[in-house]
Design a protein around this ligand. Structure first.
Ligand SMILES: Cc1cc2nc3c(=O)[nH]c(=O)nc-3n(C[C@H](O)[C@H](O)[C@H](O)COP(=O)(O)OP(=O)(O)OC[C@H]3O[C@@H](n4cnc5c(N)ncnc54)[C@H](O)[C@@H]3O)c2cc1C
Length: 446
């Protein structure tokens, strides 16, 4: 095996898989590309881990990239057929950008003659980092990769078998999706979410939207404890037995737990490049081509801090987006910039997009949940069918849109309406009775 390639991708996650797809589509020659990852698998669609994987419905090789993006499934044979070298179980311990060389934990090196694409993603923030007493007890889980998901699936089965209890720390995406997964696989009535905020997914959901999901979680046997700050974990023989938190009034409580899942955010894996690349917003700073401060070196996906134009204000600031659509499009952008033989591609434009699926519900959100916007709820939120919320900024401009239960076409309408910055919408003039009716009215304005 040669140790120098024209291009090396560091990281084998979502962005890496889509970068490989884009290279193949651009007609890369066999032998030109190598991918290095510490995971034992070639790239897969990470979002499945907190959804189908917990339910037992998704297992590798069923969800390798680019299944989520509607492309060919890139199992290990796919890379081999395309002449792409894929090093798995290969943790990179050092990156020397001046020498264009990566050093692996094994001591081997791999070099690139032209381009490095950094796709190291992010890792779960651990409560041990904050010195929370007991945070290193066994039975406390995080969810980032297949290994974590396998451990969690086994722990759920053991907890169910022992009639134990589970506590989820954090009411964001990971917390909500994991709680739904646990409740759906035998821990209904034995799962509690604890979070410091006053509602689920507080950064995105309005109190009215959050209330719908909180009712659903209650009905599915998941308790939600709000305003609760976790202060310690209790344990016995090195294994977690409880989660202690203080409530809004400062009183301390302990919930029994033989299984804990922590979902309190992620941190970009930038450390290999400290002092070698410019950084911004907790990530590696890139321009509109995904190019870093060192020529020939690009960053894509969760690790990249790119110039993002605010839908609400038009201001441009470097930001990271931990989402698969950004992984796909930033990877494609970097590959276009690298392979373009004429003019560079148009500047990267990204409309923030989020989605989630819990129980039988499924929502999408486009744009920004701007704090100073007027919110307009629509649809039947009691029946929890097609409903949502619009965020209207200055001049009645649509800056954010949330849709639960709509069709793909209806989601597309909201996406276009936010992307086009539909203006002159008046909250009082919108007929909000029917979710689909409101979406149809917006469609007529496009
Ligand atoms: C459980 C879960 C559920 C999610 N659900 C959704 C969702 O519903 N919708 C959505 O849009 N997004 C979701 N996300 C976020 C989405 O998965 C990420 O945005 C995406 O995976 C980021 O892709 P990436 O390629 O940038 O990084 P990653 O997919 O994290 O890949 C990074 C890769 O680099 C490897 N690596 C890092 N450092 C090194 C090193 N030093 N040496 C070798 N290899 C290294 C890692 O092991 C990993 O394989 C979810 C994330 C998680 C964890």
């Amino acid at each position: 095996m040669p140790s120098t390639y024209k291009t090396v991708i560091l990281g084998g996650g979502n962005a890496s898989g889509y970068a490989a797809k884009a290279f193949v589509e651009s007609g890369i020659a066999p032998g030109d590309l190598a991918i290095v990852t510490e995971e034992p698998y070639v790239a897969y669609e990470r979002p499945a881990l907190s959804k189908g994987y917990l339910l037992g419905a998704a297992r590798l090789p069923g969800f390798h990239t680019c299944v989520g993006g509607g492309g060919e499934r890139q199992a290990p044979e796919w890379y081999a057929e395309k002449g792409i070298t894929y090093l798995t179980n290969a943790h990179v311990t050092k990156a020397d950008l001046a020498a264009r060389t990566l050093t692996l934990a094994s001591g081997d090196t791999i070099s690139y003659s032209q381009n490095l694409i950094i796709a190291t993603g992010a890792r779960a923030v651990k409560l041990t980092e904050f010195g929370v007493p007991g945070a290193d007890l066994s039975g406390i889980h995080y969810l980032r990769d297949v290994k974590d998901a396998d451990a969690l699936v086994a722990a759920v089965a053991a907890t169910k078998e022992a009639s134990g209890k589970a506590v989820i720390v954090g009411g964001g995406y990971i917390g909500m999706e994991c709680a739904a997964g646990l409740a759906s696989t035998g821990l209904a009535g034995a799962t509690t979410i604890v979070m410091p905020e006053d509602r689920l997914m507080a950064r995105l959901l309005t109190p009215q939207l959050a209330a719908v999901y909180e009712r659903l979680y209650g009905a599915k046997g998941v308790a939600v404890v709000k305003g609760a700050k976790v202060t310690a974990f209790t344990g016995k023989d090195g294994k977690v037995t409880g989660v202690t938190y203080t409530d809004a009034a400062g009183a301390s409580h302990t919930l029994e737990a033989s299984l804990v899942v922590v979902g309190v955010g992620a941190r970009a894996n930038t450390e290999l490049f400290t002092g070698q690349l410019d950084m911004a917003a907790g990530g590696i700073k890139v321009d509109y081509m995904m190019a870093t401060s060192v020529p020939g070196v690009y960053a894509v996906g969760d690790v990249a801090a790119f110039p993002l134009t605010s839908v609400a204000t038009g201001a441009v600031a470097h930001a990271r987006q931990e989402h698969v659509t950004h992984c796909r499009s930033s990877a494609a952008q970097a590959v276009k910039a690298i392979t373009s033989t004429s003019a560079p591609p148009p500047a990267y434009e990204y409309l923030p997009y989020f989605y989630s699926r819990v129980f039988n519900l499924s929502w999408v959100f486009y744009g920004e949940a701007a704090a100073d916007a007027t919110t307009v709820h629509f649809g039947d939120m009691n029946e929890a069918k097609v409903f949502g919320c619009l965020w209207l900024g200055a001049g009645g401009r649509l800056v954010g849109a949330f849709l639960e239960g709509g069709s793909a076409d209806e989601a597309g309408v909201l996406k276009s309406a936010v992307a086009q910055g539909l203006k002159g919408l008046e909250a009082a003039a919108l007929d909000t009775a029917s979710g689909s009716g409101l979406v149809a009215a917006l469609k007529a304005k496009l």
